[in-house]
Design a protein around this ligand. Structure first.
Ligand code: G3P
Length: 225
């Protein structure tokens, strides 16, 4: 399972990207709104931070297929070929996905709440499909199970589309999809930081450092021996 950052905060992306095994960054209009900056300004900053080959996912907002195509051309022209255009899995979005497949522009189907949306998006040529795990949970359904069902639909139908699960509120949701082997998960910096927040881990590391100091000298490391 690939891991991506779901955020547009440059400082947070720099910190997380430099620390964890991250394949790219996903954004949506609500995430861009939080930055308070012109959209392409912040997106160009993200692109230059992660480099030309890393995945950057950017959402189209037009309500017609023609409008989505126009946005897709602008997005990929501005941000390069490793940019995935996020297209909502709705009728006009499916129409746009079929055209984008012909043009060789990579698509991530988004705003996915049901397996049927995912099936249709995959058949229309989407490379990724993004079920909103926590939002589905909040509706009273099982978001992790929906993501697993979508993964199974892609596998059993020999579809190239992969799950890019989104909308996580805790590390357990992410881990369960990692265990299942879905293609990717995009996760906010706060939830990623929580992956290894555990007093037992910190205590073990501190005890090893203290024992080494007792054996050698305060502040000493293996580099000095
Ligand atoms: O792009 C979809 C994903 O970012 C939604 O996350 O936290 O707004 O439910 P959230």
């Amino acid at each position: 399972m690939k891991l991506l950052i779901d955020d547009a905060d440059i400082a947070a992306i720099e910190e997380i990207y430099g620390t964890y095994p991250i394949e790219g960054v996903t954004t949506n209009p609500s995430i861009l709104k939080k930055s308070g900056r012109p959209p392409f300004e912040v997106l160009r900053d993200i692109r230059s931070l992660i480099g030309p080959a890393a995945q950057l996912h950017v959402q189209a907002v037009a309500s017609t297929a023609e409008g989505i195509l126009e946005e897709a051309h602008r997005i990929t022209q501005e941000l390069g070929p490793a940019t995935f255009v996020k297209v909502p899995a709705v009728p006009q979005g499916f129409k746009a996905m079929k055209r984008l497949r012909q043009e060789g522009i990579a698509v991530t189907a988004t705003a996915v709440y049901t397996p049927m949306q995912a099936y249709l998006a995959g058949q229309c040529g989407a490379a990724y499909c993004a079920p909103y795990v926590n939002r589905i949970d909040n509706m009273g359904y099982d978001g992790v199970q929906v993501a697993k069902d979508i993964h199974d639909i892609f596998t059993k139908n020999n579809m190239a589309c992969q799950v890019l699960a989104a909308s996580f509120k805790n590390s357990q949701q992410v881990l369960e999809l990692c265990r299942y082997g879905v293609g990717a998960a995009t996760v906010s910096p706060d939830v990623i930081r929580g992956f290894v927040q555990n007093p037992a881990i910190d205590a073990a590391v501190a005890a090893f450092a203290a024992d080494f100091e007792t054996l050698t000298a305060p502040g000493a490391t293996m580099a000095q021996y």
